[in-house]
Design a binder for this molecule. Structure first.
Ligand code: FES
Ligand SMILES: [Fe+2]
Length: 335
């Protein structure tokens, strides 16, 4: 690794990542994975707790345990752990002091925007993305099943931010093969993120048997580094909606993505249309992204060729490289 480049795990540990949709976490503890760590999450009182997945006693899988009023109880011998990871009960010797090493690594966990988020770095000052409209009470949301792709989080974000692939990869869903040229667009660099707006003559989904029509759509990309994007769609024919995609890195080469949309609650048919069409669109992306090499998100620009139309993914990559190296980097001159 190049001098000054931190490991993937070290560089990205200070940020918050979703590990589950809120609706997936019920009374049973749930397994989670993040940056090489195996975790278990469970509900406590009004919040959520996250610790290492395997019991400090004999390594049993705590996902098979039970949540009690005292904490998470291991299925093997009943040792019970509080939210802070400390063992509070050893049933085989109730009167004896609990060994100091009977503890699990524990992590900050919060529930927000319908997701359970974890931050692995206890000293981090980083915050969750700010998406106040989701807490305004004015929008409804619909989530896709988690996207479980064999891609790095950075590659996954880059295909979402790639404005040039729409007419190629998304033929048959919303891509317009007549529109190959990408008109010049600007990318604003913001603290901790990026923002871009483009217009695209999408082919609207064929609703109620009507043939697809060109639907001039304004797309606003709003990136929160390292791996979250809010993408609002203002079409002229289809429904306005906003998509949220957050990649949660398992390792440098593998991520899951939590993907959902907000929409006006009066549009009762939106969830069905959205889930069906978006899954078809994302499957087109997955086939391309899983085939890209190297699998790891490149840490420089030298191994690929960059043109002006790639401005948004280039700026995104600049931001990610800066987090990894700890210093700002110049993008490549467009070729
Ligand atoms: S392995 Fe968990 S209590 Fe023994
Ligand atoms: Fe795409």
């Amino acid at each position: 690794m190049e001098a000054g480049v931190r490991s993937y795990e070290e560089a990205f540990s200070p940020y918050w990542y979703p590990v589950a949709f809120s609706h997936e976490l019920k009374e049973r503890p749930l397994a989670a994975r993040l940056l090489g760590r195996e975790l278990v999450v469970w509900r406590v009182g009004s919040g959520v707790a996250a610790t290492q997945r395997y019991c400090a006693h004999r390594g049993a899988d705590l996902c098979a345990g039970e949540v009690s009023a005292e904490g998470l109880r291991c299925a093997f011998h009943g040792w019970t752990y509080g939210q802070d990871g400390r063992c509070v009960r050893v049933p085989s010797q109730p009167g004896a002091p609990i060994p100091a090493r009977a503890a699990l690594a524990s992590f900050r966990a919060v529930e927000r925007y319908g997701l359970v988020w974890i931050c692995l770095d206890a000293s981090s000052q980083e915050a969750l993305p700010e998406w106040p409209e989701l807490e305004s009470g004015k929008v409804a949301t619909v989530a896709l099943p988690r996207l479980d792709w064999e891609v790095s989080a950075g590659r996954l974000m880059e295909i979402i931010l790639d404005v040039t692939h729409l007419s190629w990869v998304h033929k048959g869903t919303f891509g317009n093969p007549e529109q190959q040229e990408v008109l010049s667009y600007e990318v604003a660099r913001l603290p901790g993120g990026l923002r871009t707006q483009i217009t695209y003559p999408a082919l609207s989904p064929a609703l109620e048997g009507a043939p697809p029509r060109v639907d001039k759509t304004t797309l606003t990309y709003d990136v929160t580094l390292p791996f979250a994007v809010r993408l609002s769609f203002k079409p002229t024919l289809f429904f306005q909606h906003t998509v949220y995609a957050i990649a949660s890195p398992w390792s440098e080469e593998k991520a899951q993505c939590f993907y959902f949309s907000s929409y006006h609650p009066a549009i009762k048919q939106f969830p069905d249309i959205f889930v069906k069409s978006e899954l078809a669109i994302l499957e087109q992306d997955r086939l391309i992204a899983e085939g890209q090499r190297p699998k790891a998100h490149p840490l420089d620009f030298s191994g690929e060729v960059h043109v002006k139309a790639d401005r948004l993914p280039i700026e995104y990559r600049r931001g990610v490289i800066a987090l990894r190296t700890g210093r700002p980097v110049d993008g490549p001159p467009p070729e």
